[in-house]
Design a protein around this ligand. Structure first.
Ligand SMILES: [Zn+2]
Length: 406
């Protein structure tokens, strides 16, 4: 399995941090460097139809083992970029055999103490950068699995592979053509603890509420001024006080005030709305509209206005139609010696977007932890098991019929 680690170390050495608002896809040059690297490695392994799209997506295929041509086509997906919450430049990855207590990360003053991984081998940084296990652990695992399949070590149907840019800035699937990809079903390898299987995420919307005040010199304001900022505060106070991220967990949704600005004449509040239930999200949107309309009744038409747009949807509705995807992922996890655990995604994933584009796509754990920060680390044994889990998935896909039983 040293090839898995060798790959992982090679991929994290490329800085692929994505950048917002560049107007380009991929948004950073490093992602193309890694994309080209993967392209040539896939070719060298013997993958077919290896190509990179104009938007930097790497696609490749592994032809089916003889006799497995009619099996449903399995897609495996990971993302090239790393989060812009911490630097991804000059990543100094290092192996540590963890015997307990704290592990100092270089001279950075940062440390980790992951007691649940005593006896395991960790990959850590020097504490000045993120590691990039999100999602290069996923890429290394898919590449190592692809290698095993191409060597004929596992009987499998046709496999399609994709590595996508700019997932972390929410643009991972903007240019992803599911028809061009060619899979019937797929998994993203982009989760945390190996063995976790995720297919339930938020339904999401964003709202901008604008308030129109009446501005006038404060000295002559008596009975005339209407401060738009006071209207905004009154609006916010009408929302349920503890229906916010810091008071919500599990399947609970929330209203999250993400921005506010204003002066006497105008004010604006920005929210994100999240709810696992589609009806729940509709109720949240309706509540915002109701408060706006009540304010307009009280203060006159045009005082407040709501602009609400949907962002992404819970993939659970799609995955419920193909429960075998979860069933065989659980079986593959067990076979790889992992404890399968269904977890909720209190956010969205590329897989959620792809599921609603017609490619059902749950998410799998890769063995990485503490994503988006300098204390990020990966557990080598978990990465190895996650990789075997992908091989077992490929094997059991080969035994499925084209229209698998529900
Ligand atoms: Zn990720």
């Amino acid at each position: 399995m040293h090839r898995l680690l060798e790959r992982f170390f090679r991929y994290v050495s490329v800085d692929t941090q994505s950048a917002e608002d560049t107007g380009r896809t991929p948004s950073s040059a490093g992602q193309s460097v890694l994309g080209e690297m993967l392209q040539s490695e896939l070719l060298a392994m013997g993958a077919i139809r290896v190509r990179r799209t104009a938007f930097g997506i790497v696609f490749a295929e592994i032809p089916p083992s003889p006799g497995c041509e009619t099996a449903p086509v399995l897609g495996l997906i990971a993302h090239l970029d790393t989060s812009n919450a911490a630097s991804g430049k000059n990543v100094r990855a290092k192996l540590v055999h963890y015997t307990g207590g704290t592990v100092k990360l270089g001279e950075s003053g940062r440390f980790i103490a992951p007691e649940e991984h005593v006896g395991k081998t960790l990959v850590v940084t020097d504490g000045t950068t993120l590691l990039g296990a999100d999602d290069k652990a996923g890429i290394a695992e898919i590449m190592t699995c692809a290698d095993a399949l191409l060597r004929g070590e596992v009987r499998h149907g046709k496999i399609c592979i994709a590595f996508t840019p700019d997932e972390e800035i929410g643009e991972g699937t903007d240019h992803f053509d599911t028809g061009e990809f060619g899979a019937d079903y797929a998994y993203t390898a982009d989760g945390g603890r190996a063995g976790t299987i995720e297919y339930q995420n938020f339904n999401a919307a964003g709202a901008v509420i604008r308030f129109q005040g009446i501005s006038i010199h404060p000295g002559s304001a008596f009975g005339k001024m209407r401060n738009a900022q006071h209207l905004a505060m009154a609006f916010h106070r009408t929302l349920p006080e503890k229906d916010t991220p810091e008071y919500s967990s599990g399947r609970e949704g929330f209203f999250h005030l993400t921005g506010m600005k204003g002066d006497t004449g105008h004010a604006e509040l920005r929210y994100i709305l999240r709810d696992f239930e589609p009806d729940g999200l509709e109720k949240r949107k309706a509540l915002l509209r109701k408060i706006v309309s009540d304010m307009n009744c009280q203060y006159g038409a045009g005082t407040a206005a709501a602009e609400i747009r949907d962002q992404y949807r819970n993939m659970e509705e799609v995955i419920r139609e193909c429960p075998f995807l979860i069933r065989i992922a659980e079986a593959a996890a067990k076979k790889a010696g992992l404890k399968p655990e269904i977890e909720l995604i209190r956010g969205g994933t590329d897989g959620a977007m792809l599921s609603w584009k017609g490619l059902p796509c749950p998410n799998l754990g890769t063995g990485g932890y503490n994503y988006h920060g300098e204390t990020e680390f990966a557990v080598v044994e978990e990465m190895e098991s996650a990789c075997r889990m992908l091989e077992f998935l490929a094997e059991s896909f080969a035994r499925q019929r084209k229209t698998p039983e529900k």
